[in-house]
Design a protein around this ligand. Structure first.
Ligand code: HEC
Length: 150
């Protein structure tokens, strides 16, 4: 009985891992590809975050919208993002990509809503939530980068 439970758990884990892998691949395939490295894409994410934060502080909806749009429609880099990681870190990084792509879309939606209501304090709080998403992934993976995209 115990073995059966373990076997079932093992199968479920395998299926969900497989599903995740497929999702990370699908995610990247659904994006427009740009001739940039992953680090260059991240520079764009940094600019987007600056636009959002500067836009909130100066109460400039146009700047915030620019930043939000970049985060929503950002392209994929020239090679699969997980290629920058060591073999043993790729699966984990894939799950992060899938999870945070969705999470950052939710974060910018909250910022957008607050800005549309001209509630700048709420927008600032929502932007802090976006910062949490950026930092959570960086804490786990930024120092694990092993390869640079050629
Ligand atoms: C899914 C994980 C993940 C998320 C989410 C993420 N990043 Fe990154 N980021 C990375 C990794 C990995 C690197 C290191 C890339 C490298 O060195 O090649 C990085 C590097 C960076 C860099 C440095 C780029 C350079 O020139 O070296 C900036 C700036 C950055 N991220 C901004 C952001 C911002 C802003 C957000 C949120 C809006 C964000 N990132 C969300 C994984 C992520």
């Amino acid at each position: 009985m115990k073995n059966l439970a373990l076997l079932t758990l093992g199968t479920l884990l395998t299926i969900s891992l497989f599903a995740q892998e497929k999702t990370a691949d699908d995610l990247v395939k659904s994006m427009k590809k740009e001739d940039i490295t992953y680090a260059q894409l991240m520079q764009g994410m940094g600019m987007a975050k600056n636009n959002i934060d500067m836009g909130i502080i100066s109460m400039n909806k146009f700047l915030v919208d620019r930043g939000i749009d970049l985060i929503r429609t950002h392209p994929a880099p020239k090679a699969k993002p997980w290629f920058i990681m060591a073999e043993e870190d790729r699966e984990g990084f894939k799950s992060m990509l899938v999870y945070y792509d969705k999470k950052m879309d939710e974060d910018v939606e909250a910022i957008e809503k607050a800005v549309n209501q001209k509630d700048w304090m709420k927008a600032l709080e929502a932007s802090q939530e976006l910062s949490n998403s950026c930092i959570s992934c960086h804490i786990s993976y930024k120092d694990k980068v092993k390869y640079i995209m050629e």
